[in-house]
Design a protein around this ligand. Sequence first.
Ligand SMILES: Nc1ncnc2c1ncn2[C@@H]1O[C@H](COP(=O)(O)OP(=O)(O)O)[C@@H](O)[C@H]1O
Ligand SMILES: [Mg+2]
Length: 263
Amino acid sequence: MARKIVVTSGKGGVGKTTVCANLGVYLSRLGFRVAMLDVDIGLNNLDVVMGMERQVVFDITDVVSGKCRVRQALIEDYNYPSLYLLPSSHSYASSKITGEHIKNITDIIDHSFDYILLDCPAGVEAGFHRAVYPANEAIVVVTPHISSLRDADKVVSILSKYQIENKYLVINRMRGDLLLNGDMLSLESIVKAMGIPLVGVIPEDDDVGKMSSDGRILTDCESARAFTLLAENIHNGSKKIFDCTYKYRGILGFFKRNIKKHV
Ligand SMILES: Nc1ncnc2c1ncn2[C@@H]1O[C@H](COP(=O)(O)OP(=O)(O)O)[C@@H](O)[C@H]1O
Ligand SMILES: [Mg+2]
């Protein structure tokens, strides 16, 4: 049976799709069979982030309406072993798709994958329900800002109404320089405010959405190292957290920090 993990947050633009895509890539690099379901119906982001939008023939609404089978709509990502994507659609009245529909899809592919990752839309309405309903675990993505924490806190309490066995916190867009200067909420205060275990910290990284010429996510950048740790933590329960501050420590780091402050 697959672990079914929804990536959610409440707020838009905090990095749900980015975390979902990278977690999928790094879990597949660890040797697992991964299906990513874009349940942000109406916006189709995941295929774009993965550079797979040209491969889309069928999408999630075609599966729900019976136009094709799940297997026909799943796109294989040839850049990574056993990584598949079920794309969302931007042309269908999303209200017609229910949580039950998505659960039927996860039930069909349950035995073919080790992980099913569900990319959740922003908000806590029907789209949220649709993505969370089939999941048994949840990653709550926050950025180190009060507004993000406030929305995510609501999400955590709503998640308790679902059959979610494990909830994990990912802090995205962390700035090591601001952290050391005391200008950003500390990891400890964020974890304390959210009350769920920390599974990953992803640094602010301009390379996060970039791809190499052969369509692969960049693997020689800071965020790649952080996503590798996140995938390992999710899989084996380890607690290796990426240190965003390492390059800003010491005398050289002090200058880097201050240069960054003044540009
Ligand atoms: N760690 C990061 N560093 C820099 N930019 C990021 C990071 N995480 C996400 N982004 C950028 O933020 C934007 C929103 O991210 P996205 O994953 O689409 O958010 P969501 O799915 O929560 O709406 C994208 O342009 C993405 O590239
Ligand atoms: Mg998204």
